[in-house]
Ligand binder design. Structure first.
Ligand SMILES: *Cc1c(COP(=O)(O)O)cnc(C)c1O
Length: 360
């Protein structure tokens, strides 16, 4: 049998593992808390906007996304040329890697962090350089600085970090970016920005304004609850923004994605109430788990990280028995999303059981 020829270096690309869905055929109510999705159904105003736009789906979307560009340019006080759109901010990460790095070049980021980073770096032909988190599950910024070489083409800072939920403070991020050579792009991935209530939190947009090499990535998937339509964006220096557009997939951001994003910006106060409710639920769960004896890394996201090491696989079985599908990283830990109240109650019960069974 002859093998069809594909790029040999793709053998290095890890496959993306989607958060597991509930098993079909299981008649219990199962909550999928494995993908950091927003548990709320879309707002009626967003559904209406999408319904209106359905009549036009025989046409290509407007690739410049000019209405959405104008909205975001106004909100952030930046020129439209700095905004770049993608099919989710995962495509923004991909564009940035492919715009900056090629074969033999290095893309530097913390590890463990967002699962897509190594995969997308390899797909760009580049070498992912993964700098271990500190013992308390945070970015080790001094070690990241020390890992910069003359082959480094892009540095990624995920704040807050997925999957550990940990954050970076303003002073430490400023010291870090001050020390990065100004010709080296730094991406601040702020997918969980809305959930971050840390008092001294650095705002990526301020860094974009202050530094010539900072790119910020935002998504409509998490706080805005639009994971299914796929829309995210970067705020990037002009040169990078233009290069990112060159490597983007033409018409990658659908018309439905564009109208949903605009309708969501129109409904921000309502969406903020949902974010506030999820943050309150997060605090409720964290308090209950602290009372049960857990000392989890402080999360500023819509998920919790359980650093369970070798107990991870057994612990997943316990969550499963409680009707919860979580995201496990065997040998390291598991991530559980703050979701519906009932799912959160079960999360408390399952995690309390882990303590009783001495699995955490
Ligand atoms: C969810 C997530 C994204 C982007 O998700 P999209 O659905 O592609 O917008 C980006 N970065 C991190 C760290 C995430 O967790």
């Amino acid at each position: 049998m002859s093998e069809l020829r594909v790029r040999a270096d793709l053998a290095e690309v890890p496959a993306y593992k989607q958060g597991r869905s509930a098993d079909a055929g299981d008649d219990r109510v199962i909550y999928k808390i494995s993908s950091n999705e927003n548990p709320y159904a879309p707002l009626p105003s967003v559904v209406d906007a999408v319904a209106d736009a359905l009549a036009g789906i025989n046409r290509y979307p407007e690739s410049a996304a000019s209405a959405l560009t104008a909205r975001l340019a106004g909100r952030f006080g930046v020129a439209g040329e700095h905004l770049v759109f993608g099919a989710g901010s995962v495509e923004i990460v991909s564009q940035l890697m492919r715009a900056t790095a090629g074969p033999g070049d290095e893309v530097l980021f913390a590890w463990r962090s967002f699962e897509a980073y190594p995969m997308l770096a390899r797909a760009a032909g580049a070498v992912p350089v993964q700098v271990p988190l500190t013992a308390d599950h945070r970015h080790d910024l001094p070690a990241m600085l020390a890992a910069i070489t003359d082959r480094t083409r892009l540095v990624i800072v995920c704040n807050p970090n997925n999957p550990t939920g940990t954050t970076i403070g303003d002073a430490e991020l400023r010291a870090f970016i001050d020390a990065v050579p100004p010709h080296l792009p730094v991406l601040i991935d702020e997918a969980y920005l809305h959930f971050n209530q840390r008092a001294d939190s650095p705002a990526g947009i301020e860094y974009f304004r202050a530094y010539p090499n900072v790119v910020v990535a935002h998504t409509f998937s998490k706080a805005y609850g639009l994971a299914g339509v796929r829309v995210g964006y970067a705020i990037a220096p002009t040169t990078l923004a233009a290069a990112m557009r060159k490597v983007s997939v033409p018409f990658g951001v659908t018309s439905l994605a564009q109208v949903s994003a605009i309708a969501s910006l129109d409904a921000e106060p309502e969406l903020q109430e949902r974010v506030d409710a999820l943050v309150a639920e997060r605090e409720r769960v964290v308090s209950a788990l602290t009372a049960a004896g857990w000392q989890l890394p402080e999360t500023q996201t819509n998920f919790l990280w359980f650093p369970l090491g070798e107990h991870t696989a057994d612990a997943m079985g316990v969550f499963d028995a409680h009707g919860l599908v979580v995201r496990g990283f065997p040998g390291e830990g598991l991530r559980a999303t703050i979701a519906e109240t009932e799912a959160n109650d079960r999360l408390i019960a399952a995690a309390t059981e882990l303590r009783e069974r001495e699995l955490g």
